[in-house]
Design a binder for this molecule. Structure first.
Ligand code: GTP
Ligand code: MG
Length: 709
């Protein structure tokens, strides 16, 4: 991969002084004689106690799901077990043994029948306990000897269901500094249903003009609307005619993609084949605090576009009412699992496709509940832009923006750290505040201040008041008289269409972080899903699958659920691979050009900025490390220096700890090797986030890949 070597930190010198470090507590911290290391240990022990174990299972302290003893992360919410690997005290438990889940949770649910043919296998791995000698050793290694080979270890890595994410930077002219990391956050900072997610196909008419009103859609939807297709084995269509060997080097001719392949897809509106495609691809994450109405909004949009049949809508309404959750009928178009419906929350990212006047939109409906932030990360790292949904109801907006636990804040910070610069703030549930202009203005003022501190530019934020439930201001301006008296538009869909066009790196070598995998035992194929970050792909291409370094051939391709022969940067694709053992492909891995393998490492130097944290980060702190679609346990092995958030200059060498809102250079060791790169070389593999006990505590950029494997 052609890598820029001009890494230099772009500090936002000209920005406001976000962090007000006149809080002496931060600076006097080291002098107060408090033993924070001890405190951390106590806290960590307390957390460990909270995890209850029954024979053969351990209960997740977050969502209370009983996981098999062999799972190192919760199967439901993805929270890492703490300690990550139980000691050998329990003789019934194999240390280091992990379930090879073969596919993500979404894939499992969608391919239940298929997966039944695949009994779960146990694998073992050998910990690389010698990775970092200076910083002690990992918890996960200290409880016993862990046997196995490196490849087994990689398999183990693949068992984690809920990680994944990757990032496509907008190349806007602003040096956005996902950058807030480089410049520091200022004073206050996207399978499966997520892992690969529920994928809803919405083969929409293109253009707002052609969009249907709800009533019209209902009429059309009556019998013959386009079904919402689940992403299942039957839908992975093989492009029979696409097996001709294709020369690699497609990138130059990708701009006006006009491929005619004999697609098995007969659905109308096949957006990529046979027609010159004038619409750009837009991966749009829908994020925000729990219950703000993200799924209802997404369901409404799909319904109005005619992508939910009247029959399905009626079924959802009826069943939702039966469960006493009638108001969730639209949300159920995306919240499909029984558990989600019962709990009334989204747990994994749902993916839907529709077209607007300017864009093929890939909608990533994220969970808002704090327990499922890892899944939100997985979806939202694919985002080019985001809709941040906030609930205008009295008290609800305040809960979301609350510094201690509101996901409005956390989601905004995360999407910015993934390189998303453009954001639409949908102030939803305006009906519940009688379409009050004052309420809208107050929300805009308070949230606007916070978004500025996250380094979103005012010019990149669009504020749209809506009511998803009452269909106000979604496709056309408001119809409610009171609403109309102070707001005439733009509508939400107008706002989507007015997002700036994207600039993609077609000319760079192929890079596709793998969001999810689906294996077909009967056909011996494996399909991988994800977004092409750079470069292009075509059927017949040979690709390198990392980190296992296996070469596979692209047998067929789907873009936005449409069979096609080629795809380019920005596209959301399913790649059917042949010539590779399915066990050598994993979610969290990367497809890349065989001449440009991405680095694989478990030892990194990073520049980080800490968020509001209650427990200091110390050498030895155990964290969850998230990069693109990979999530792995990490341990801080060195705190190298503190940096001035404005100048980026070193202010202190080897600090004892990191407190809230500090910029620092640190070294971390990862439990398992991951595909990662220096941010200067590859943004999408170089942006990371750290979480502890269900909270995001720091965002970072990779400055050095130490010890490549
Ligand atoms: P999570 O995915 O779990 O974070 O929730 P969500 O943001 O997807 O919210 P969801 O769509 O599930 O809606 C939560 C509740 O808000 C449901 O009862 C909806 O009916 C209600 N709701 C959504 N939009 C509106 C709206 O515009 N007005 C009113 N009054 N209620 C709404
Ligand atoms: Mg939802």
């Amino acid at each position: 991969m052609p890598r820029k070597v001009n890494y230099s930190t772009g500090y936002g010198y000209d920005d406001d002084d976000y962090y007000n470090y006149d809080d002496d507590d931060y600076y006097n911290y080291e002098d107060d004689g408090h033993d924070y290391a001890e405190e951390t240990e106590v806290v960590s022990k307390a957390k460990v106690k909270r995890e209850t174990s029954k024979l053969g299972v351990w209960r997740c302290p977050i969502c209370t799901f009983d996981n098999e003893e062999s799972m190192s992360a919760c199967d439901i919410c993805g929270v890492l077990r703490n300690p990550l690997v139980k000691g050998s005290r329990d003789s019934s438990t194999k240390v280091g043994t992990s379930r090879d889940s073969e596919a993500s949770k979404l894939a499992k649910s969608l391919f239940a029948s298929l997966l039944q043919q695949n009994p779960k296998k146990a694998v073992t791995f050998e910990g690389k306990s010698d990775v970092i000698k200076s910083g002690g050793h990992f918890n996960f290694h200290e409880h016993g000897r862990i046997h196995g080979q490196f490849q087994d270890l990689l398999k183990t890595f693949s068992c984690q269901n809920h990680y994944k994410f990757n990032i496509e930077p907008f190349k806007f002219d602003t040096p956005s500094l996902d950058d807030m990391v480089s410049g520091g956050i200022h004073s206050s900072r996207v399978g499966s249903k997520a892992t690969s997610n529920k994928i809803l196909q919405s083969n929409a008419s293109s253009g707002k003009d052609e969009m249907m009103t709800g009533a019209k859609a209902e009429l059309i939807a009556g019998g013959s609307s386009i079904p919402i297709a689940k992403f299942g084995p039957n839908e992975i269509k093989q492009s029979a005619s696409s097996q001709n060997s294709s020369k690699q080097g497609l990138s130059k001719s990708m701009k006006n993609l006009s491929v005619s392949s004999k697609s098995q897809s007969t659905e109308k509106g096949s957006i990529h084949d046979n027609v010159e495609d004038k619409l750009s691809q837009l991966n749009l994450a829908v994020v925000g605090h729990v219950d703000s109405g993200k799924s209802t909004l997404s369901g409404r949009l799909l319904h109005m576009l005619g992508h939910i049949s009247r029959k399905d809508m009626h079924k959802n309404e009826k069943e939702a009412k039966q469960l006493g959750k009638g108001s969730f009928a639209y949300a159920w178009a995306l919240d499909e699992s029984a558990e989600e419906r019962e709990r009334g929350i989204t747990m994994n990212v749902a993916v839907a496709f529709f077209n607007t006047k300017n864009y093929h939109v890939v909608l990533l409906d994220s969970p808002g509940h704090r327990d499922f932030v890892p899944n939100m990360i997985s979806g939202a790292t694919q985002a080019d832009a985001a809709i941040l949904v906030v609930d205008a109801s009295m008290g609800a907006f305040e809960a979301g923006i609350d510094a201690s636990g509101g996901q409005t804040r956390e989601h905004a910070l995360l999407i910015k750290s993934f390189g998303v610069d453009q954001i639409i703030v949908a102030v939803n549930k305006m009906d519940s505040v009688q379409y009050s202009k004052e309420r809208f203005d107050a929300i805009k003022k308070q949230l606007g201040t916070f978004l500025r501190t996250c380094k979103f530019k005012d010019s990149s934020i669009v504020w749209i008041p809506i009511s998803a439930m009452e269909n106000q201001n979604l496709f056309t301006g408001p119809s409610d008289a009171l609403f109309l008296s102070w707001f005439q538009g733009p509508s939400l869909v107008d706002a989507i269409d007015s997002l700036q066009p994207l600039v993609r790196d077609y000319s760079k070598p192929l890079l596709m972080p793998i969001c999810d995998i689906v294996k077909s035992q009967s056909q011996g194929h494996v399909s991988v899903c994800g977004k092409l970050e750079t470069g292009s792909l075509q059927t017949g291409f040979k690709v390198l699958v990392m980190p296992t370094r296996e070469i596979a051939t692209v047998r067929s391709l789907e873009r936005n659920l449409q069979v096609c022969r080629s795809a380019k940067a920005g596209d959301n694709v399913t790649v059917n691979l042949q010539g590779i053992d399915g066990n050598r492909v994993m979610a969290g891995g990367v497809l890349c050009d065989i001449d440009y393998p991405v680095p694989v490492t478990n030892h990194l130097e990073l520049k980080v900025v800490t968020l509001d944290i209650s427990t200091p980060v110390l050498v030895g702190s155990q964290l969850e490390f998230h990069v693109h679609h990979a999530k792995v346990a990490a341990k801080v092995v060195k705190l190298l220096s503190l940096l001035d958030p404005k100048t980026g200059k070193e202010t202190k060498k080897s600090p004892r700890c990191l407190l809230s809102k500090q910029n620092a250079i640190i070294e971390v060791a990862l439990q398992l090797p991951v595909c990662v790169d220096e941010y200067a070389n590859c943004k999408s593999l170089g942006r990371v986030s750290f979480r502890v006990l269900g909270r995001t505590i720091a965002l970072g950029l990779v400055t050095k890949v130490l010890e490549q494997m």
